[in-house]
Write a protein that binds this ligand. Structure first.
Ligand SMILES: Nc1nc2c(ncn2[C@@H]2O[C@H](COP(=O)(O)OP(=O)(O)O)[C@@H](O)[C@H]2O)c(=O)[nH]1
Ligand SMILES: [Mg+2]
Length: 305
């Protein structure tokens, strides 16, 4: 049984509520994007009972995620007599729609409207996002149709601004969406962003990014084209595996070429995140390693509390 959250007066954490009908993909989204599971490891999960409260550190934030059970009797309860518990002090509500089961859209919309209403009542500053999820199951040519249907049906009569993302656990879309959402409330964003931008200017780096260990992009500065980002992400995936075995402070580096230009990516770990630094290959490796380590240490003290 879930416990009732005690409402302390001082806010030291960020509260995220995930809601949506049963089987929409909420628990999977949590495990893949925040719980460090691979999509293949979460194939079969029990339907969430009542709700699950997960706490984790993300950059310097304490993130509390409520994964609310999607069965209708729970949804009735959460948008009804238990609404205050669920919807108080909410920073972000992510409402998940299953794009492969659009016949459930009316049901989903019914609870979405209730959730919006309760959020406005108990957390008027809370932000709402809708994930049109499992888009890997939609043939690309049908996407415009799905989009239109969701817009006309789901977003009609919504009294506040809601941002929509198309997501899937099988590609980068989920991480990109969460990165955009989290970057709006990460507190130390200003300082960290400043540090990485200064680094770009002083060291002529191409790009500096910080990812959560699961791969959510939290900070980003510099020039980054799609190719660099893609390479960065691939490297991150291998690094995640490697760091599990190596633990600690090893540095992962790789070189790659785009056209005739050489690039090096450095990937050290900082607290619970990865730092990725991309430079052009015009300085010695040793020189670059030193400045990357220095940046890592500076960020380390910023990103722990
Ligand atoms: N094809 C596809 N299936 C997904 C995706 N995300 C979750 N699922 C599957 O959807 C089913 C329900 O997921 P679950 O997280 O238990 O839903 P919940 O009831 O909303 O918590 C599971 O079989 C997942 O493997 C996705 O992006 N694409
Ligand atoms: Mg669940």
């Amino acid at each position: 049984m879930a416990q009732i959250e005690s409402s302390s007066s001082k806010k030291t954490q960020t509260k995220l509520v995930m809601m949506g009908l049963s089987q929409a993909g909420k628990s999977t989204i949590y495990s893949v994007a925040l719980g460090g599971k691979k999509p293949t490891e979460v194939a079969e999960y029990d339907a969430t009972l009542e709700y699950v409260r997960n706490v984790r550190q993300l950059a310097s934030e304490n993130l509390v995620v409520f994964d609310v059970g999607g069965q209708e009797n729970f949804l009735d309860k959460f948008t009804g007599e238990m609404a205050e518990v669920v919807f108080s002090e909410v920073d972000v509500l992510i409402y998940v729609i299953d794009a492969s089961k659009l016949e459930r859209l009316p049901r989903s919309k019914f609870y979405f409207d209730k959730a919006v209403q309760q959020l406005q009542k108990f957390s008027p500053n809370g932000k709402i996002y809708v994930f049109v999820h499992k888009i890997d199951m939609i043939p690309p040519e049908n996407l415009p149709q799905v989009n239109e249907l969701v817009d006309s049906y789901f977003f009609s009569n919504v009294p506040i601004k809601v941002k929509k993302f198309f997501t899937s656990i099988y590609d980068d879309s989920l991480f990109t969406a969460l990165g955009e959402i989290f970057s709006t409330f990460i507190k130390k964003r200003g300082l960290v962003q400043q540090l990485i931008e200064q680094f770009i200017t002083h060291e002529q780096a191409v790009r500096v990014a910080i990812y959560s260990t699961e791969g959510i992009p939290l900070y980003d500065a510099g020039r980054s084209n799609a190719e660099i980002k893609k390479f960065d992400k691939q490297l991150l995936l291998s690094a995640q595996e490697l760091f599990k075995k190596l633990e600690g402070s090893s540095m992962f580096t790789a070189t790659f070429m785009i056209g005739s230009q050489h690039f090096i990516i450095f990937l050290p770990i900082i607290t619970s995140s990865f730092l990725s630094v991309t430079v052009q290959k015009n300085r010695s490796l040793q020189q670059t390693l030193e400045v990357v380590y220095r940046l890592r240490n500076q960020l380390q003290s910023q990103l722990k509390d």
